[in-house]
Design a protein around this ligand. Structure first.
Ligand SMILES: Cc1ncc(COP(=O)(O)O)c(C=O)c1O
Length: 349
């Protein structure tokens, strides 16, 4: 329950913890665009170590992290390979094309996981008329597929393809720690499979703002310049980075609770006539339910649920997305499932 609502729309609604608020108030700061902000630097160093990379860069959002990484890896006129339902394709305002100047080549995955052979087949051969493939992006966990997890071996198989062709590999790891917790491996094992990665502090980890890019020292130097070009240097950013430090130091392990709750919610929702829940894809903190059996668009179902104080996202015309996070408890999930059952019953009458 958050502000009196059963709010399952996103894990981005999570509010900073008391410890974060205190750390923000006490943060040592400097000018990030001059000699540097000590707290931002501490967060970057901690994050680089956590992800097993040489260096890291603090950015305002996951969207900015992906765009800065894309700009740092590629040149205008190249092509990037993305999974068909990648967040970068659907919901980053086409920055990859509008700002990055890239053509996008989408490869259909299974539950968001691309087969290495399909990625290889999408790589452009050297031909006068073709654009060059400049980048391959993976997403772990995969948002639109329902929070599905790429295993380390699946990522390694794509890494081998990228390596054979000399193409850089970027990970949109907005929820990399959900993947790490679900797989039971350190996040650095996941990040080791790609040249660069981004992750978000502001989703399940509950920081108010911020994401991190990791990669080699050289890559991060280039990324820093691109971030500046986009107006992303944060001056006394230590005030927000302080919350990010608390997030990476204390909030990762508890993601397992969100995963268990998503499973509980999914199982309850799957018993409601008219709803379809693909339990196979419920691997982390996301549950997707297809509502076409109820005879109305997902947006209408979301509206009826909101009238019952349950808030969900109509992610597609026929699909609702429910996300679990630290402001929803088992009793909240149970109450929401009961409300969903009532809405379904009303619609089926
Ligand atoms: C997979 C993925 N990548 C990137 C982003 C973008 O993050 P932000 O909202 O911080 O820009 C999101 C946000 O939901 C996401 O789910």
């Amino acid at each position: 329950m958050l502000n009196g609502k059963l709010d399952f729309r996103s894990d981005t609604i999570t509010e900073p913890t008391e410890e974060m608020r205190e750390a923000m108030a006490r943060a040592k700061v400097g000018d990030d665009g001059r000699e540097g902000d000590p707290t931002v630097r501490e967060l970057e160093e901690y994050s680089a170590q956590l992800l097993g990379k040489e260096a890291a860069l603090f950015v305002i959002s996951g969207t900015m992290g992906n765009l800065v990484s894309i700009l740092a890896h590629t040149r205008h006129g190249q092509e990037a390979i993305l999974e068909r339902d990648a967040h970068i394709f659907w919901t980053e305002v086409a920055g990859i094309s509008a700002v990055g100047g890239l053509l996008v080549n989408r490869v259909a995955g299974t539950d968001g996981i691309m087969a290495p052979g399909d990625v290889e087949a999408a790589i452009r051969i050297a031909k006068l008329h073709f654009p060059e493939t400049g980048l391959i992006c993976l997403e772990n966990t995969h948002n639109m597929a329902g929070g599905t997890v790429w295993t380390v071996a699946q990522m390694a198989a794509v890494k081998a393809v990228a390596g054979r062709h000399g193409i850089p590999l970027h990970l949109d790891g907005a929820r990399i720690f959900n993947a790490a917790v679900a797989l039971g491996v350190p996040a650095k094992e996941i990040a080791a499979q790609t040249d660069s990665a981004t992750f978000c502090l502001s989703k399940g980890l509950s920081a108010p703002v911020g994401s991190i890019i990791v990669g080699t020292k050289n890559f991060i130097e280039v990324a820093k310049k691109k971030r500046q070009m986009l107006g992303g240097t944060t001056r006394q950013g230590g005030v927000i980075a302080a919350a990010g430090l608390v997030a990476v130091r204390t909030m990762i392990d508890r993601l397992a609770e969100d995963h268990a709750l998503a499973r509980r919610l999914a199982e309850k929702l799957s018993t409601i006539p008219g709803l379809e829940v693909n339990l196979r894809t419920v691997q982390t903190n996301i549950v997707r339910t297809t509502v076409s059996g109820l005879g109305v668009p997902a947006a209408k179902v979301a509206e009826l649920l909101a009238a019952q104080n349950v808030y969900v996202l109509a992610q597609q015309a026929d699909t609702l997305r429910w996300l679990t996070h630290r402001h929803v408890m088992a009793a909240d999930a149970d109450e929401a499932a009961v409300a969903m059952g009532k809405v379904a019953e009303t619609l089926k009458r």
